[in-house]
Design a protein around this ligand. Structure first.
Ligand code: ATP
Ligand code: MG
Length: 465
């Protein structure tokens, strides 16, 4: 696994090195320019002084101020020796300074410049040493001397030496600064990671049994507050999911126990003494009803337990939703008639991609509720229309859903009226209907009370083949 500390430290070291190296190179170049322009200035000044001084006698009587040539730079860190030589303008040596044991080399281009009346410059190697040369036309100090040029030169080694020493110093400083930046990077990374280590430790200490605890470390620090908030929100969700799961298990076992107790009681009573065949038959019929109830409940629980992932759709195919709605209405007509409730359906032709059994269950649960909660001798209306998808509205004329029940309407096992508990279902109908709608990529919503409850089921229509 990569180490953040090392990678941050390396980045800082590389960045620092690049910065120091750039500054170093710029400094060396600047110093080089300064030293060379100083050298050129000195050479030109010397040439001017010597030319002025020797102007009176330009030929072999020309006298160099040897002391000035040698003493120049004395006492300074850089001792530069200068050489002087007088030439005729066609390049014949006339006289040279005494610190020269042989004639200098007169650069061609610089001589041409001087012959044209301008100061000529050149850098060249003379006797294995690099030297800087100025060729000064004596015509500049008077037309009487236009036949001579004055060469003043100096070795550039001292400048080189200074630049080499300066570069070495800068390289050493760059290496030291790079090492320093690396060490600093590690320290900064360690300090920056300290809060995350504390947050991680707190998060690790929260287990399934302590899901109500929250992370408090560095929650008020701008940079870490968001991380802590996100983690705490995740804990909220986990805590909520755990509680729902616990509640689901508790409710499920309670619901399963009730019919089992009824079954057992009924069987026990029947077995207490011998019974006639019709009595046994009556008991078996009651037991069968309870077993059917249990089987329905078990299958509902199975669907809901799985719906945390995805509700399984067994056989998805193009489906005539209008025909399905009509079948469901026909099935509930007798149940409605028992309460005097009439069911009216206005349906357009709509085809959807769906699992017939699951969609039948979704629509049945809605119609079952509507018939159950419509007022006696009331009306249940179904409207199926084709819009961007299929839209089925189921409306009754009952009392509607009280506002305080709305947040729990689609929650498993929620039943608005506890008095109806045993006889009127388990409170799983809407939860299953919603899960079924969502499994089809659709949705189930409570629209409102008008005044009876209005539910809307929306399903994506089948794409044309
Ligand atoms: N059309 C409606 N009018 C008024 N209240 C409704 C209507 N439909 C549902 N409700 C309320 O929502 C609750 C949950 O409905 P749901 O269908 O999930 O459960 P149920 O009908 O009580 O039982 P089950 O559907 O499992 O037989 C109901 O108990 C009821 O309080
Ligand atoms: Mg129901």
């Amino acid at each position: 696994m990569n180490s953040f500390r090392t990678s941050l430290a390396l980045r800082m070291a590389i960045g620092g090195m690049a910065l120091f190296a750039a500054v170093g190179i710029a400094s060396v170049l600047a110093l080089r320019t300064i030293l060379y322009s100083q050298l050129d200035g000195t050479l030109l000044h010397l040439a001017e002084v010597e030319a002025q001084a020797g102007a009176a006698a330009a030929g072999s009587d020309f006298q160099f101020h040897e002391g000035v040539l040698l003493a120049a730079g004395e006492g300074s860190a850089v001792e530069i020796t200068r050489y002087g030589q007088l030439w005729t303008s066609d390049g014949q040596p006339v006289v040279r300074s005494r610190n020269l044991t042989a004639d200098l080399e007169l650069p061609r281009d610089a001589l041409e410049e001087a012959k044209a009346g301008r100061v000529g410059w050149d850098t060249h190697v003379w006797r294995g040493r690099p030297i800087r040369t100025v060729v000064y036309p004596l015509s500049l100090v008077g037309m009487a001397h236009q036949d001579h040029v004055l060469q003043v030169a100096a070795p550039t080694e001292p400048v080189h030496q200074t630049l080499t020493q300066f570069s070495a110093l800068l390289t050493l400083l760059t290496l030291l600064a790079t090492a320093g930046a690396y060490a600093l990077g590690r320290r900064i990374a360690a300090a920056a990671l300290q809060p995350t280590a504390e947050i991680t430790a707190q998060a690790e200490s929260i287990t399934a049994g302590t899901l109500s605890e929250r992370i408090t470390a560095h929650a008020d620090v701008e940079e870490f507050g968001r991380l802590v908030t996100v983690l705490n929100r995740m804990l909220d969700r986990l805590d909520g999911a755990f509680q729902v799961q616990r509640q689901f298990t508790a409710d499920a076992s309670h619901e399963l126990r009730a019919p089992l107790t009824v079954l057992k009681g009924d069987i026990d009573v029947t077995l207490k003494r011998d019974r006639s065949a019709p009595e046994y038959r009556a008991t078996l019929v009651r037991c069968r009803e309870e077993v059917e109830r249990l089987a329905r409940l078990a299958s509902d629980l199975l669907v809901l337990a799985r719906s945390d992932a995805v509700v399984p759709l067994e056989h998805v195919a193009p489906l005539d939703l209008r025909a399905l709605v009509r079948r469901v209405v026909a099935r509930f007509e007798s149940a409605g008639a028992a309460r005097g409730v009439r069911i009216a359906a206005a349906a357009e032709e709509v085809t959807v991609m769906g699992d017939e059994r699951m969609l039948d269950r979704v629509v049945s649960n809605l119609v079952d509720n509507a018939v159950k909660y419509a007022r006696p001798a009331g009306l249940v209306s179904l409207t199926l229309s084709r819009e961007t998808g299929a839209v089925l509205t189921v409306q009754d004329d009952g009392a509607g859903v009280p506002a305080e029940h709305l947040p729990h309407l689609f929650v498993r096992f929620f039943r608005g009226d506890p008095a109806r508990r045993r006889s009127e279902g388990t409170g799983l109908g809407l939860a299953i209907a919603k899960a079924g709608a969502e499994a089809h990529g659709g949705r189930l919503e409570f629209v409102g009370n008008a005044p009876g409850a209005v539910f809307r089921l929306t399903l994506p229509s089948a794409s044309p083949c």
